[in-house]
Design a protein. Structure first.
Lengths: 910, 113
């Protein structure tokens, strides 16, 4: 009784459900029992006795049965899991191999996904961090600036006088609180190390609590400390604390020499304490433009304002007022109240407050307003790029799907289950999209770091920007979704299609599925091209604007000029207004510095001035002798104090009269030079030579007219300016301008040495070639242009890849047809024309669509444009040219391949 | 609740099954018959107890199971030793040897405690 078995293969346990297990167990045990019964019957027992005996020998049948079934179910579960894992691993391996076999496709797909995700996340993170994320200040929506306005000069956004501020604070009812601040730059002289120049802010005691800024260490000022004559205290920034004290807690209570006066450190403010100081000051009427902030874009010291309201001080305006309106008031209502109060002050103090009103403006608008348009444009652009990337990925996958139709059909016909095929294609798509997503995350992190480092610092809060997780997830989800959908497409297409007819239809060429694919691909490519055209149009407009700006003559020459700024401390260079303009120490410093610098090798010209050409400086009111009544309504011109060598050093142009020279000294008659804008505004374009201007208590004769220097930067108009010789109006702070042969940077060490020899405790700051100052003034525009240009380039690349892909595919699919044509006598030129023609059709459709879109959309850019309209023909023409050229190039390779088709092989190879 | 005897028996049963199958694949009844024959009917196992043991050994991948046909044409489940099972058999045999040697020592050593 030997048992052999002729097994018919491993039982496919996986298909065993619960019922199957129980069935198997029952069958196995039943076999045993029945065989035993037969045995016993064969020995002579009756069937019933045999059954009883067999069962008795077996044992508790039900219990044994259920125990065995339990074990089997465990086995099935474990094997099922193992098989599933094996399947997944196998699919992944196949997928990897399949992807490796098509390196071009894989690389392009992964790159496209990565670029789309990375760019989108990086830019959106910037926009979110700067614009969308709420500011960390209490009730930001109710914070406003209360500017003063001057009806006479037509300026708004002016600071207020201290007595005005105190009155407004006392009398208002619509504000929870009013506080003031005043920017300053001071010399910091540490015990060890070089003296440096830092930005400081004088704030009234209530400002920091109003904003909800709490010190990291220490405390805010007290009310007593905010009074004139109180002990001198200071709050330092976290950055300064790290830089100068290495975050040592014992910095508290130490003393800092600020402008040679010791101050005690009572607190340390966190990095987030910057409430957009730079933006507010930049928006203010006489604010120094970003250009001349150099590295001092961040406030390092906070000092108490120590307001001292004397009757005279109503005429000077040092204090910016910030406040929070009551919850029940609106900006409108607050404005009305302030207007009324200002009118009262005007009536009460006609001399100082004549023509002065107020303007209430929401803080968020001032801080974010200037940068909002640019950032939103970039955001829109990034959305477009993402669309292009998705379209490209979809296109790539669709092409791949189409070319594999045959493979899929055959495998399905051979019996591969839909699920198996689905899992394999899914694995491919998953690997592709994961790689793309990983690349995208990497690019996002890298890109953000690059963006933040390149971004001009007048974009608020840009330093605190980091990757926005929501956007990353959303972008990844979107692109991965697109990838997966189009990856599964071949299978989905297969459903409901007769396999037979598909196989017979030579793969996919003549079938309806193939046609649908083709149309979809063409549509995708056309939309890609259209989107790319829109981006290119935007970039083109910005590039043109920038180019126009660079063409603007700034009114001075920057070649070879080095600029350095300084501020002479009162302690060693007294500034006694009683003896003005006789300030011998300041004068001596200027003369000596000029002499020593001029003696340096390579130096052609030296000048010392109160402000360099891009420094807006300050203004003062003037009138013309004999026309005093008119002058009451004049705007205050910019007052520039320059030495005799100034115009020579910076290449100013003389329009009439003469420059300053050695004959203009403190003893001789006071003289002035005016600029062209002043001539036009104050002298109706007539010659002002010989006229007398009253300024600072003296009558000064106009001896010359110079061409406009673009004091307010390249974009804004030049204001009227009046130049005084420093021999008659000495400076205790200003700029040194040195023109030399060769690179101005080469003069830097010698400059530092000379100044140190002259005054070792005097810091120089803002030391840079004047050309760089000029270039920095265009920083934000350049940034926007560069980023948009990058996007346009990327989308153009993607779109051209799309065009190339479609054309290649067409050539491959129409190989037979092309072969026939060639056999019938078509020459290479005709074949090329066929392919290029199709490429042209795609491109032209996309171009038309894109131009229409661009016309509609570039209007949104108008606030960023300079010297060009939103439909500038040169820019648009450029786009058409570039696109056509690139499309032609993209068509070239498929066309060439088409001409290489051997008609014999093509006809045979089917 | 298995009695201590049964515990011991289960371990020994595994050993017997592994050894039996080391000569070639068998179905459950075949294993029973072989053990009966080899022990000249002296060892009677509760036949049902065999099946949980077989399936447990299959779960541990010491045995493989396959459906097959007997030479009378009936469908039965055959068990076969896997390479891992062979290794386990060797380990069990050596353990049994050591165990029985230890018992023998106790039984043959003289002397009062």
């Amino acid at each position: 009784m030997s048992e052999r078995w002729s097994g018919f293969g491993r039982a496919f346990r996986l298909s065993l459900g619960r019922r199957g297990v129980e069935r198997d167990v029952a069958e196995e045990l039943r076999f045993h029992l029945e065989e035993r019964i037969e045995e016993l019957v064969a020995t002579g027992m009756s069937r019933e006795a045999a059954e009883r005996e067999a069962r008795a020998r077996f044992g508790d049948l039900p219990a044994i049965g259920s125990e065995v079934a339990r074990i089997d179910r465990r086995i099935v579960r474990r094997r099922g899991a193992a098989e599933w894992w094996d399947g997944v691993r196998r699919d992944c391996r196949y997928a990897f191999r399949a992807l490796r076999r098509a390196p071009a496709f894989t690389t392009v797909a992964v790159l496209t996904l990565g670029l789309g995700i990375g760019a989108n996340t990086a830019i959106f993170s910037v926009v979110d961090g700067v614009l969308l994320r709420p500011a960390p200040f209490l009730h930001m929506d109710r914070l406003v600036m209360v500017w003063e306005t001057d009806r006479k000069s037509g300026t708004s956004r002016e600071p207020a006088s201290i007595p005005d501020y105190l009155d407004l604070q006392r009398l208002n009812r619509r504000f929870e609180q009013l506080t003031g601040f005043s920017p300053a730059e001071v010399n910091l002289t540490p015990d060890h190390g070089e003296p440096s120049r830092v930005a400081a802010l004088a704030v009234s005691q209530g400002l920091l609590p109003m904003l909800g800024i709490r010190p990291l260490l220490g405390r805010n000022f007290t009310l007593e400390e905010d009074r004139p004559g109180a002990a001198r205290v200071v709050l330092i920034s976290e950055e300064l604390w790290t830089r100068a004290f290495s975050r040592d807690r014992r910095a508290l209570g130490q003393s800092l020499r600020i402008n040679d006066v010791p101050h005690v450190i009572v607190g340390i403010l966190p990095a987030s304490a910057d409430f957009g100081t730079l933006q507010i000051l930049g928006a203010a009427a006489y604010g120094r433009a970003f250009a001349d902030r150099g590295g001092r874009t961040r406030v390092d010291l906070w000092l108490p304002t120590r307001p001292n309201p004397t009757p005279e001080s109503r005429g000077t305006h040092p204090l910016f007022i910030m406040g929070r309106i009551r919850p029940d008031a609106t900006v409108q209502v607050a404005q009305e109240e302030m207007d009324a109060l200002a009118a009262e002050l005007e009536r009460a103090y006609p001399e100082s407050n004549d023509g002065r009103g107020t303007s209430v403006e929401a803080l968020s608008r001032i801080v974010f307003g200037p940068v909002k348009p640019a950032l939103l444009v970039l955001l829109g652009a990034v959305g477009l790029v993402l669309l292009v990337a998705c379209a490209n990925v979809a296109n790539l996958l669709l092409a791949r799907a189409t070319s594999r139709m045959r493979e899929v059909t055959v495998r399905a016909a051979l019996g591969a289950s839909a699920r198996r095929l689905a899992t394999q294609f899914f694995a491919e798509s998953a690997i592709l999209t994961s790689a793309g997503a990983a690349l995208g995350v990497g690019l996002a992190v890298l890109g953000l770091r690059v963006l933040v480092s390149l971004a001009p610092s007048d974009i608020p809060r840009v330093g605190a920007v980091d990757i926005d997780a929501r956007v990353l997830v959303a972008t990844v989800a979107l692109t991965v979704g697109v990838g997966l959908i189009f990856g599964i497409l071949p299978l989905w297409q297969l459903r409901g299609n007769n396999l037979q007819s598909l196989l017979a239809g030579e793969g996919s060429r003549g079938t309806s599925v193939g046609r649908r694919h083709r149309r979809l691909r063409s549509a995708l490519v056309i939309s890609e091209v259209a989107l790319a055209v829109m981006l290119m149009a935007g970039a083109g407009l910005l590039i043109r604007s920038f180019w126009q700006l660079e063409q603007v003559y700034p009114g001075f020459r920057t070649v070879g000029v080095l600029k350095a700024e300084f501020e002479l401390p009162r302690s060693r260079y007294p500034q006694d207004y009683a003896t003005f303009p006789r300030w011998p120490e300041a004068q001596r410093f200027a003369d000596e510095l000029r002499r020593r610098l001029a003696a340096l090798p390579g130096v052609q010209s030296v000048s010392i001035a109160g402000s360099h050409p891009l420094d807006a400086g300050f203004t003062s009111s003037i009138n013309v002798v004999g026309r005093e009544a008119e002058a009451v309504d004049w705007a205050e011109p910019s007052i520039r104090r320059v030495d005799a060598g100034y115009f020579r050093t910076i290449g100013g142009s003389l329009m009439a009269g003469r420059f300053f020279d050695a004959s203009d000294a403190v003893e001789t008659a006071p003289v002035v030079i005016v600029n062209e804008a002043a001539r036009r505004q104050f002298f109706e374009g007539r010659s002002p030579l010989g006229q007398r201007i009253r300024l600072w208590g003296a009558e000064r004769v106009v001896i010359g007219v110079v061409g406009n220097e673009r004091i307010h930067g390249l974009v804004a108009d030049t204001p009227p300016a009046v130049y005084l010789p420093i021999s008659q109006a000495p400076v205790t702070g200003g700029s040194v301008l040195v023109r030399g042969t060769g690179d101005p940077r080469g003069l830097i060490p010698a400059l530092h040495r000379t100044v140190r020899d002259l005054d070792p405790a005097l810091p120089l700051f803002g030391v840079e070639p004047l050309a760089e100052t000029l270039s920095n003034s265009l920083g934000q525009r350049r940034f926007t242009m560069a980023v948009l240009g990058l996007f346009a380039a990327v989308s153009l690349l993607l779109a051209s890849v799309g065009v190339h892909g479609v054309l290649s595919y067409t050539v491959a699919q129409r190989t037979r047809e092309i072969g026939i044509r060639m056999a019938l006598g078509a020459d290479q030129g005709k074949v090329r024309a066929l392919v290029v023609g199709q490429g042209a059709a795609l491109t032209m459709s996309g171009l038309a669509l894109g131009l229409a879109g661009a016309f509609a959309v570039t209007r949104l850019l108008s606030s960023l444009l300079y010297g060009v309209g939103p439909t500038d023909p040169v820019a648009f023409g450029g786009v058409v040219l570039v696109l056509s050229g690139v499309a032609l190039l993209a068509s070239y390779f498929p066309a060439r391949r088409a001409t290489r088709i051997n008609p014999v092989e093509a006809l045979r190879d089917e | 609740m298995p009695s201590p005897d049964l515990e011991l028996l289960r371990g020994t049963l595994d050993l017997l099954i592994l050894r039996t199958l080391s000569w070639g694949p068998l179905h459950g009844l075949g294993v029973t018959r072989w053990i009966e024959r080899a022990t000249h009917q002296r060892l009677q196992i509760e036949e049902g107890a065999l099946y949980p043991a077989l399936h447990r050994l299959e779960e541990k991948i010491w045995l493989e199971a396959e459906w097959g046909y007997t030479d009378t044409g009936r469908r039965a489940k055959y068990y076969r030793l896997t390479p891992a099972g062979r290794r386990q058999l060797a380990a069990e045999v050596s353990k049994w040897d050591r165990y029985s040697e230890a018992v023998r020592l106790v039984l043959t050593t003289e002397g009062t405690p």
